[in-house]
Design a protein around this ligand. Structure first.
Ligand SMILES: O=C(O)CCC(=O)C(=O)O
Ligand SMILES: [Fe+2]
Length: 200
C-alpha cells in the first residue's frame, strides 16, 4: 500500500459492516498472464451441493488451495485442499501488501460465462477466522456483485473489473449477504480468487 492509496479505498457498505473496494490492483499484462495461467493450471472441479435434499452439480468450477493440505467439509463431503502454486503465492503477496493482512488459503471460482453466478450467501464457515478479512480478486469478464442486508434488505451493487480487489471485513458476513448475479450480457469467463484465513 502506498502513501496515497488509502484515499481511493472506500467502504461501500452504508452501515453494519466494512467492505473496502481497492479498485484495480494489477496491470493489464499481469491480469492476462495470471488469467491464462490459472485457467490452465488450477485443479478446477465442478462443485457439488445438496439443495433441498437433492445433489446438484454446478456448472461453475471451484478449487481450494492453501499453505497445507487441510481438509474441509462442504455440503457434507470432506475434501482436501491443494497446495498453493507459485502464481497463487505471487497473487497472495500482492493482495497481502495491498490489504495489510495475511491469508493462508484461497477459494477460486471459475464462471465460464454470465449464465453462471453464485446465489446469496455469507461466508461464515466454522473454519474461517471470525471477522477475518476475505480479499476477493477478480480476473477476466467484468461482473456485477450485490450485497443485501439481512434485516432491512437494503441492496448495494458494485461492478468488479478485471484486476480489481474487494475486501470484506468486520460485520460484512454477519449482517450482509452477497451474490454474483447471473446475466445474459456477459459471454466470457471470469476467475475470482477469495483469499481467506482458516483456523487450522
Ligand atoms: O465470485 C465472486 O466474486 C464471489 C465469490 C464468493 O462469494 C465466494 O466464493 O464465497
Ligand atoms: Fe462469498
Amino acid at each position: 500500500m502506498d502513501l496515497f492509496s488509502s484515499e481511493k479505498i472506500k467502504n461501500i457498505l452504508p452501515f453494519d459492516g466494512i467492505t473496502n473496494y481497492h479498485g484495480v490492483v494489477l496491470n493489464l499484462n499481469d491480469c492476462s498472464f495470471y488469467y491464462e495461467k490459472l485457467m490452465n493450471s488450477i485443479n478446477w472441479k465442478n462443485d457439488e451441493a445438496i439443495i433441498f435434499g437433492k445433489k446438484i452439480i454446478t456448472k461453475r468450477k471451484v478449487a481450494w488451495y492453501g499453505e497445507s493440505e487441510f481438509s474441509y467439509k462442504y455440503s457434507g463431503v470432506t475434501k482436501t485442499a491443494n497446495i498453493f502454486t507459485k502464481e497463487l503465492l505471487e497473487l497472495k503477496s500482492v493482495v497481502e501488501k495491498e490489504t495489510q493482512e495475511t491469508y493462508n488459503s484461497c477459494l477460486l471460482n471459475l464462471y465460464h460465462s454470465g449464465e453462471e453466478g453464485m446465489a446469496y450467501h455469507s461466508d461464515g464457515e466454522k473454519m474461517l477466522k471470525k471477522n477475518g478479512a476475505i480479499a476477493s480478486l477478480s480476473l477476466g469478464a467484468t461482473r456485477k456483485f450485490s450485497f443485501k442486508h439481512k434485516e432491512n434488505k437494503q441492496r448495494i451493487d458494485i461492478v468488479l473489473e478485471n484486476g480489481s480487489l474487494l475486501v470484506m471485513k468486520s460485520g460484512t458476513q454477519t449482517n450482509w449477504l452477497h451474490r454474483l448475479p447471473p446475466t445474459k450480457k456477459v459471454k466470457t469467463p471470469r476467475i475470482n480468487l477469495t483469499f481467506r484465513t482458516i483456523e487450522l
